[in-house]
Design a protein around this ligand. Structure first.
Ligand SMILES: *[C@@H]1O[C@H](CO)[C@@H](O)[C@H](O)[C@H]1NC(C)=O
Length: 229
């Protein structure tokens, strides 16, 4: 800028007055009146632009990173689902082999007790798939499906027999024998097809004041998976 232009700028700045000056003219005035300030403003502007560029860059990068992470997570979730499905398929295949038969074992009466109890059939005949527990008397469905259960008893005729096949807390089927002095012994039982969910419990409840006779062969509980669902 030549000296005359500087003068002209100063003149304009003065003649136009202070109020209502357009932005560019104020800037021009400042630039002309305070050369140091003007340098500062230019540098400040450059810094601001740089900062904005950095900010934009960071934002873009973090967004890209987030998208990548999301994609990775989706891939992992899909893989996990696939694995879970495969496990279920394998379990169902394996489940075609679930069957148990057990007798009470021992020798003599079980009961009568003054509370309801679960009969524990301790003497395993078979337990393919290990879904029946010979320590608790409870069968626990390893997979959803249609199952078939039977239970038979032998007992003295002089006392009541009162048993139910239970699904969780529901009575499914019952067998009962009256107290009589005419016959020496009784044999009875019942059976049912059941649709079970995974984890459902099936067992035989012996009601209070009833009893059964136990040996390795006579009072039994059996179950088999017919078809996984
Ligand atoms: C078997 O026992 C249950 C529970 O005590 C009782 O409600 C039921 O009446 C008994 N069964 C028969 C046939 O009496």
């Amino acid at each position: 800028m030549t000296f005359s232009v500087w003068l002209l700028v100063c003149f304009c700045g003065l003649t136009l007055g202070q109020e209502g000056l357009p932005q560019t003219e104020v800037a021009t005035e400042i630039r002309s009146s305070f050369p140091d300030m003007s340098k500062f403003l230019i540098e400040f502007g450059a810094m601001k632009a740089k900062l904005e560029a950095v900010e934009t860059n960071l934002k873009e990068k973090s967004e890209a990173l987030e998208t990548k992470l999301k994609e990775k997570q989706e891939v992992m979730e899909t893989r996990q689902k696939e694995t879970e499905n495969q496990v279920l398929v394998l379990k169902k295949k394996d489940a075609s082999n679930i069957a148990f038969s057990a007798a009470t074992g021992g020798n003599g009466n079980i009961g009568p007790f003054n509370t309801d109890t679960t009969i524990i059939y301790r003497k395993l005949i078979i337990n393919v798939g290990n879904a029946y527990n010979q320590h608790t008397g409870i069968f626990s469905a390893p997979v959803p499906g249609i199952y078939y259960f039977t239970f038979f008893y032998h007992a003295a005729g002089t006392q009541v027999v009162n048993l139910s096949l239970m699904k969780n807390n529901e009575i499914v089927v019952t067998t009962y024998d009256h107290k009589t002095s005419q016959d020496g012994a009784d044999n009875g039982g019942n059976a049912a097809f059941l649709q079970l969910q995974q984890g459902d419990h099936v067992y035989v409840r012996m009601y209070a004041n009833s009893h059964v006779w136990q040996t390795d062969h006579i009072t039994t509980f059996s179950g088999v998976l017919l078809r996984p669902l």
